[in-house]
Design a protein around this ligand. Structure first.
Ligand SMILES: [Fe+2]
Length: 431
């Protein structure tokens, strides 16, 4: 009996001990979660006044990246600290940032640019903004590993309310977390001088642009002032320190960069708007284009241009015939000449896949031409009459869309999606 009683007591004590252990363990886990949440809260706090931390593509993204941000009041000793991802105990390096005061639309901000070069090739890094007042949270930075990649492509995001653009961009980034950079095809904003619109655009890509770089394309709306007259695209040029093109007059107007097996050539198609202000823009750019394309040994060459090379008829405008726009007449023979593989365009706010075109007609060995669609809330329902070269036209009237590009040594794949992730179209280019 005594042994039985002792056995029961032992079992009770054992159960009590287990319960106490479980209680303590749960407490430790909850405390850990609470602490993690506190740390997380702390991690999202930037340095006082630091806004819109962003990455911009470098010419060579295997070893370089540009980091920018802005403040309302100048900060002291601004810079970027970086290290291998998750290597808290390892060495970090610091790079000083260039600070520039920029006044536009009656608002002055200080813009900071840190060009990170000589980075460990293809590695995943993390970086943070530093200044004399401390340091901000770490952000991830993935360098180009030189192999295949996936990228997000957004058509015109210009809007009078940027909430649609925000949900499109955030949804696409969530759905395609593997994307290593994103392209915005021009007309990022409706008015290039409107400070509030730039703020809305940057706010819409928070959480994306700090961890993957943007490759912007200049559109005609970037050249408009508040009176809707043409001006130099001062805000666009300041907001994104894209790779230099060697031009003394038109630096950052057009540029090129490499990612994985692709050489991207980003053209400026505002020669019409900027004719009086920048008369040599086109001739200079054509000479640069030939040199730039010839100098690249990458297996793929892709052109990004805001204005579409095709011309569409419009109802009740008989003088506007089907054919090729001024930009198409200028550039398409050059694309054939240098062997461009794919041409992405925008401006018309409609998604169309025209297949391969050479010498102004369908030809399997010409570049693939895709008009990328619309990502903002400015839409032209039923405006365009289908072009004989259109092979796929998005369902009408159109809603927002985005694209994903997947590149490998063997293939370029272009996928078009509605904002909810519904696949619209798929095109592939093979050698
Ligand atoms: Fe446009």
């Amino acid at each position: 009996m005594a042994n039985k009683e002792n056995g029961r007591k032992f079992t009770r004590y054992k159960l009590l001990g287990i319960a106490a252990g479980v209680f303590i363990a749960v407490g430790i886990v909850l405390a850990g979660l609470w602490a993690a949440e506190k740390n997380c809260d702390a991690a999202v706090q930037e340095l006082p006044g630091v806004k819109f931390v962003r990455q911009v593509v470098s010419q060579d993204n295997q070893t370089g990246r540009t980091v920018m941000w802005q403040t309302e009041k100048p900060m002291n000793a601004p810079g970027v600290e970086y290290r291998l991802f998750g290597d808290g105990a390892g060495d970090s390096k610091k790079v000083a940032a260039k600070a520039e005061n920029f006044t536009d639309d009656g608002v002055t901000v200080t813009l900071y640019t840190a060009e990170l070069t000589g980075l460990p090739q293809g590695k995943q890094l993390e970086y943070r903004i530093i200044g004399s007042d401390g340091a901000g949270p770490w952000h991830s930075l993935q360098l180009d590993a030189g192999k295949g990649f996936s990228a997000l492509i957004f058509p015109d995001s210009q809007s009078n309310n940027y909430s649609g653009w925000k949900s499109l961009a955030q949804g696409a980034a969530e759905r395609h977390p593997q994307a290593e950079f994103f392209i915005n095809m021009g007309d990022l904003v409706d008015n290039g001088e409107d400070h509030r619109q730039w703020t809305a655009w940057l706010d819409s890509v928070e959480g994306i642009i700090d961890r993957i770089p943007v490759a912007p394309v200049m559109g005609n709306h970037e050249t408009y002032n508040m009176d809707w007259k043409v001006r130099q695209p001062a805000a666009y040029l300041q907001e994104f320190a894209v790779p230099g093109n060697g031009s003394s007059q038109y630096n950052r107007f057009y540029y090129s960069y490499d990612y994985g097996p692709v050489h991207f050539i980003v053209l400026n198609t505002q020669q019409g708007e900027l004719e009086e202000l920048s008369p040599e823009l086109l001739a200079e750019q054509i000479a640069w284009f030939r040199r730039d394309a010839a100098a690249s040994a990458k297996p793929w060459k892709v052109v990004l241009m805001h204005k579409d090379p095709l011309q569409y008829r419009i109802h009740n405008r008989p003088e506007r015939t089907e054919g090729f726009s001024e930009e198409g007449q200028i550039w398409m023979p050059l694309f054939d000449e240098v062997g461009i593989d794919a041409v992405l365009s925008a401006h018309l706010h409609t998604y169309r896949n025209r297949g391969h075109i050479k010498n102004f007609q369908h030809a399997a060995d010409g570049p693939l031409y895709i008009l990328t669609g619309v990502a903002g809330n400015v839409r032209y329902p039923g405006l365009w009459i289908d072009h004989a070269l259109d092979e796929y036209v998005a369902p009408q009237p159109e809603t927002d869309n985005y694209m994903v590009m997947e590149a490998s040594q063997e293939e370029l794949n272009f996928f078009a999606y509605l904002s909810d992730g519904t696949l619209l179209d798929h095109a592939v280019v093979k050698h």
